[in-house]
Design a protein around this ligand. Structure first.
Ligand code: BV8
Length: 250
């Protein structure tokens, strides 16, 4: 696996056993027990909003105020001190610290709970809620403030050109080349808390399997891609993930 991966400690000396290369993909289910709504469960985000109205480039072009308000509300919720990382996030950070494994943590989530649970180098393939991009000058900044049409870019001063740094439907996810090259070179692919509904993330298990990796699904219930996994365990992530990490580290 390339050096871009978080080296999991250890001196890497010649005598060192080869590290097990693990790729973990997470979805909204890993943050559900932290209090963040998922997308497709009962009462989920897409039960209250239409994707076409709030999560596509056309929606933003047609009614930017509505789209920015959707993300402003999600930012406000994520700023709420009652929302914090859970045991699943923390267990994955523990795994990254192992000197016998190399972990690439890819998340579809735009929240920062993996980071708050202790993970570093998280690959946010659908972007990040606490980042804002200016369409006039392409400036990308950390930003937790409300997004409004009137707000001007601190860099170029243009107003009405700011958007959340998230990947909308119809837009290319981030770092796909890097993800696919790591999938071709991993020993174990683990999918956690995702419905397997959104592509290309839903395709990763097939790519990993075709390259010879073992595949495992940890989810509340069978995902749409359940039959593509060698192994599966069903239940809440805050129970399943720490138990699985303990097994891996034993
Ligand atoms: C693209 C950011 C390429 C915004 C999101 C085939 C190939 C390529 C594309 C497509 C294709 N088929 C269709 C498409 C188009 C589309 C797509 O997939 N549509 C779907 C609706 C069919 N894909 C795209 O548009 C993607 N772009 O492919 O570009 C391209 C581009 C240009 C030109 C040519 C090609 C972009 C997709 C990214 C969209 N942005 N989010 C935001 O967050 O607001 S997607 C959104 O869905 C979130 O990122 C979310 O993470 C993601 C996936 O949802 P999940 O995370 O899985 O959440 P969900 O609620 O669905 O499921 C939760 C699961 O957790 C459930 O299974 C539940 O049982 C479980 N769970 C619940 N509680 C717990 C739990 N598990 C454990 N413990 C618990 N406590």
């Amino acid at each position: 696996m390339s050096e871009t991966l978080a080296r999991a400690g250890g001196d890497g000396g010649a005598a060192a056993r080869p590290r097990k290369r693990i790729i973990v993909l997470t979805g909204a289910g890993v943050s559900q027990e932290s209090g963040l709504a998922t997308f497709r469960d009962a009462g989920g985000i897409w039960a209250r909003y239409r994707i076409e109205d709030v999560a596509t480039p056309d929606a933003y072009a047609r009614d930017p105020a509505r789209v920015l308000d959707f993300y402003t509300q999600r930012r406000a919720q994520l700023r709420d001190p009652a929302i914090d990382a859970n045991d699943a996030h923390r267990a994955l950070a523990r795994l990254a610290g192992s000197d016998r494994h190399e972990l690439l943590l890819v998340t579809q989530n735009v929240d920062d709970l993996h980071e708050r649970g202790g993970s570093a180098g998280v690959l946010h393939m659908h972007g990040e809620l606490f980042k804002t991009r200016c369409l006039a000058c392409d400036r990308l900044v950390d930003d937790r403030a409300d997004l409004t049409v009137a707000r001007a870019c601190d860099g170029c001063g243009a107003a009405g050109r700011l958007r959340p740094h998230v990947v909308w439907f119809g837009e290319m996810p981030l770092e796909l080349d890097r993800i696919y090259s790591e999938l071709m070179d991993c020993d174990l692919f683990v999918s956690i808390g995702t419905s397997g509904h959104v592509y290309p993330a839903a395709d990763f298990v097939r790519a990993a399997r075709s390259a010879g990796a073992r595949t495992l699904e940890l989810n509340l219930e069978p995902s749409e891609g359940a039959t593509s996994f060698h192994d599966a365990r069903y239940g809440p992530a805050s129970i399943l993930v720490p138990a699985w990490v303990d097994e891996i580290l034993a």
